[in-house]
Design a protein around this ligand. Sequence first.
Ligand SMILES: CC[C@@H](C(=O)O)C(=O)SCCNC(=O)CCNC(=O)[C@H](O)C(C)(C)COP(=O)(O)OP(=O)(O)OC[C@H]1O[C@@H](n2cnc3c(N)ncnc32)[C@H](O)[C@@H]1OP(=O)(O)O
Ligand SMILES: [Co+2]
Length: 139
Amino acid sequence: MTLGRLNHVGIATPSIETSIALYRDLLGATKIHDPFDLPAQGVRVCFVDMPNSQIELIEPLGEASPLHGFLARNPAGGQHHICFEVPDIHAAKAEMEAKGAKVLGEPRIGAHGTPVIFVHPKNMGGVLVELMETPKGAH
Ligand SMILES: CC[C@@H](C(=O)O)C(=O)SCCNC(=O)CCNC(=O)[C@H](O)C(C)(C)COP(=O)(O)OP(=O)(O)OC[C@H]1O[C@@H](n2cnc3c(N)ncnc32)[C@H](O)[C@@H]1OP(=O)(O)O
Ligand SMILES: [Co+2]
């Protein structure tokens, strides 16, 4: 597997609007996309563009959201996952599993419109890792 660029850092928040204000007013971020719902992933999402990557603000959406446990442990929110691009999501999943890592579920379409998987934090030194297939034509 070729590990590609760092696509984004996921930040869980109880309120996207509050987090947008922090990134805009405290840090001075200027490229903040409109938030949108991603019901298949149980999250509401807002991308903040940086020159070399993106911050992905994520708020729970629905009762089955994977963020509820994290926010119960971290009520103010915090750094939730990091996401790397890979050329082929099915090959990446097979390689992770062959190396003994736990992949959380099957590939699903993520916020960039390409399939993503998650590697359990217990296999990555306490860091939840998302792998996303590089969008066609990117870079
Ligand atoms: C926007 C769409 C998409 C994109 O395209 O970018 C996304 O990014 S969606 C992001 C949200 N989706 C997911 O996170 C899906 C995968 N996640 C999961 O399946 C679960 O969140 C989880 C990783 C299995 C954790 O589930 P949870 O119920 O919160 O916790 P557990 O009780 O099972 O915890 C086990 C263990 O792991 C620790 N943990 C949990 N979350 C994290 C985390 N984000 N970072 C680091 N460690 C985490 C938790 O503290 C437990 O540790 P121990 O107590 O030491 O066992
Ligand atoms: Co993500």
